[in-house]
Design a protein around this ligand. Structure first.
Ligand SMILES: NC(=O)C1=CN([C@@H]2O[C@H](COP(=O)(O)OP(=O)(O)OC[C@H]3O[C@@H](n4cnc5c(N)ncnc54)[C@H](O)[C@@H]3O)[C@@H](O)[C@H]2O)C=CC1
Length: 456
């Protein structure tokens, strides 16, 4: 995608200014989100050609950004809330725990694990999520005397990540190219205090080991939920319309309408169920509503009736009762001890014959072979997603070769918009960490020996 022109950016800025007040639905999805501020940052950086060179990192710009009165007020409110939180927590914290966050001051060693971009790194100055552009925080970190090592080499005993584990204070990694932080690595990491996920989903960390070691684990909650929900909608349409065989026909010089049409349907009137209905699940349901589908959701938590009514979906307490009703099932839970392997042979057998499955949550929520077998037998009519286990997916991963799949590498949550948001979120948390301040509460996955509720 090309960069936005100044006119486009101005339009976006204007439309943001005239945006109607958030409704109850949006309030629930974005409590204290980064969204507005970061979009503002993004617009600011693109619409001020006099002060910014295109090759600079965009996420530095919000330091110079003059807040509007409303934003200044909200920032001041946040500051006073965080001061109050600190006062309360310091009043109650008496224990001496060597690895708790902010246990030591001074220069830090920060290790980042990202995917390599090679020739693509220079093609877009906002492409900050790769090794080469390193979230755009290198100058900022190094100017304060911190050491910043960045690599994509993350597997095996001789990899670059392993070399830096013993003296790293902070490890940042993205779910797109996850640095697996195992219990063994945590044991070796004597200086480690903080594990940051540049994105959402911290299952690449052995969270139990992190709890036991009293590490802090945090992610940029909300940073790419819109990106994933949009991508899920695209995958649903690709499967329902049997799009991919048509695309392949065009490339291979064929023309066979029947070969596509015999199993292409409308989305209207179909029953779609989301398993997990947090931020992404709700955004997906909101996007599906205008298609005239019958919407169901299963989650640990039932929505407030007003929100449920606004979204137009019905709660299904029992997953196994919801599945046989669904033409399309979308997975939107984190990978936890409870959801690992949740979709095995028996559960897949409970689904309708020909069911379409979209999974952008995590590959390991599915039993790999059961999915491949389901696609081969036709019980699963189509499977699409961007998440695999492990990542990168090995060349012989069965999902590469099963019929009726529309798989991609892990991309849905790393759009340029998402990268700008999660890079700024990481920078904010590092800034708080250096100052000994708390992070936004919803970002914590492990804090003071406790695991966030959605991972339990
Ligand atoms: N493919 C990609 O690029 C991305 C993937 N993700 C994945 O999507 C997941 C969900 O993200 P969000 O919606 O932001 O998280 P969220 O925390 O807002 O929502 C997760 C929902 O899952 C529910 N849940 C947890 N365990 C459950 C269980 N055993 N049964 C039923 N429901 C359960 C929770 O109650 C919660 O409502 C992330 O954890 C991550 O794994 C997130 C962002 C990007």
């Amino acid at each position: 995608m090309s960069y936005k022109s100044k006119e486009q950016t101005t339009m976006r800025y204007k439309s943001k200014e005239s945006k109607p007040k958030k409704d109850i639905y949006t309030e629930q999805i974005y409590p204290e989100s980064y969204q507005n501020r970061l979009l503002y940052t993004y617009d600011t950086c693109n619409s001020k050609p006099f002060s910014i060179s295109r090759s600079s990192s965009p996420i530095h710009f919000h330091l110079n950004f003059e807040a509007s009165p409303a934003m200044a007020m909200s920032m001041a409110m946040k500051r006073s809330a965080s001061t109050a939180t600190r006062a309360i927590s310091s009043a109650f914290s008496g224990s001496i725990l060597t690895r708790d966050l902010h246990a030591s001051s001074g220069k830090k060693k920060i290790v980042g694990v990202f995917y390599k971009a090679h020739e693509y790194a220079k093609m877009n100055p906002n492409f900050v999520g790769c090794v080469e552009n390193a979230l755009g925080i290198r100058n900022w970190l190094e100017s304060q005397g911190h050491e910043y090592i960045v690599t994509d080499d993350k597997e095996g005993p001789d990899c670059e990540l392993e070399k830096h584990i013993p003296d790293a204070h902070v490890i940042i990694t993205t779910p797109f190219h996850p640095g697996y932080i195992t219990a063994e690595r945590i044991k070796k990491a004597k200086n480690l205090q903080l594990l940051l996920t540049a994105g959402i989903g911290s299952d690449h960390v052995d969270l139990k080991a992190a709890v036991d070691a009293r590490l802090t684990v945090a992610e940029v909650t909300g940073s790419n939920v819109v990106s994933v929900a949009e991508d899920e909608l695209m995958r649903i349409l690709i499967l329902v319309r049997n799009f991919l065989p048509g695309y392949h026909q065009v490339i291979s010089g064929d023309w066979n309408v029947a070969g596509i049409a015999y199993r292409a349907y409308d989305l209207e009137g179909k029953t779609v169920g989301t398993v997990g209905c947090g931020r992404i699940g709700k955004l997906l349901l909101q996007r599906l509503k205008p298609f005239g589908c019958n919407l169901l959701y299963h989650d640990r938590l039932k929505m407030e009736p007003e929100l449920e009514n606004q979204i137009g979906a019905s709660f299904e307490e029992d997953l196994d009762k919801m599945l046989p009703k669904c033409d399309i099932v979308v997975i939107n839970t984190p990978l936890t001890e409870k959801t690992k392997g949740m979709f095995d042979k028996e559960r897949i057998a409970k689904m309708k014959k020909g069911v379409l499955i979209v999974n952008n949550a995590r590959g390991a929520i599915m039993d790999t072979q059961a999915v491949a077998d389901g696609c081969s037998s036709g019980h699963i009519g189509g499977y699409s997603g961007d998440v695999w286990y492990p990542q990168p997916a090995p060349k012989d991963h069965p999902w590469r070769y099963m019929p009726n799949q529309a798989m991609t590498p892990h991309i849905s949550g790393t759009t340029i918009d998402a990268q700008l948001r999660y890079a700024a979120g990481v920078k904010d948390m590092l800034e708080n960490y250096f100052k000994g301040e708390d992070f936004p509460a919803q970002n914590y996955i492990v804090k003071e020996g406790e695991l966030a509720s959605q991972y339990r």
